[in-house]
Design a protein around this ligand. Structure first.
Ligand code: ATP
Ligand code: MG
Length: 182
């Protein structure tokens, strides 16, 4: 079992990138009034037909060829169900996929979110061909990070430039602390 939700997010985004996505949106929505945590990853990749969606949460189904079982989605589904939640997959062939994992926020079995700033940075820096939107909602407060305007501003400076990475790490961590009211 993965012990941090950030690792599940990495896994979901890996699926999106493997499906050829050029834009991946990662949403983390924490609503303490509803006692709900939603993690949603949407992509513009190749999508799945209805049968593939049906089978995607079966641990013995995978389209990967290097290993026989795919465990990403079944694990996440199990993790949600242990927290009064569920996993929903919406997909459209040729258009993209949205995976939504819902948890009871306060549930004793609910994994911590983990290191989101580093997870997002790893994805952004490691996949310069793709764009990412990271939207984090904590009750009424919202933080949104979009690589598209960032890349336009940076112009020729690559995202992998150490000073850029450091700046982004601080920026994301500070913004998260702010929406958490820290
Ligand atoms: N975003 C997506 N777009 C298109 N197909 C997807 C997407 N996410 C999952 N799939 C399909 O569902 C299958 C199962 O995904 P899952 O993450 O459970 O396992 P995997 O990626 O095959 O293996 P693992 O995650 O263990 O490396 C994938 O092989 C792929 O065919
Ligand atoms: Mg996977």
């Amino acid at each position: 079992m993965l012990r941090e939700l950030a690792l599940h997010i990495l896994d979901l985004v890996e699926n999106s990138l493997n499906a050829g996505a050029t834009l991946v949106t990662i949403e983390v929505i924490e609503d303490e009034k509803k006692d709900q945590l939603v993690i949603r990853v949407s992509d513009n990749g190749r999508g799945m037909d209805a049968e593939t969606v049906q089978r995607a949460t079966d641990p013995f189904f995978t389209t990967r060829t290097t290993r026989r079982v795919g465990l990403g989605l079944p694990f996440l589904k199990q993790a949600t169900e242990l927290c009064n939640g569920n996993l929903k997959i919406d997909s459209c062939l040729g258009k993209g996929t949205t995976v939504t994992a819902t948890f009871q926020h306060s549930h004793i079995n609910r994994m911590p979110l983990g290191d989101l700033p580093n997870t997002i940075l790893t994805l952004v820096v490691g996949n310069p061909q793709a764009d990412f939107v990271y939207r984090h909602v904590y009750n009424e407060r919202v933080f949104e990070f979009d690589t598209r305007p960032l890349k336009a501003t940076l112009d020729d400076v690559p995202l992998s430039e150490p000073s850029v990475i450091e700046y982004l790490r601080r920026e994301i961590a500070d913004s998260l602390a702010q929406i958490y009211g820290l």
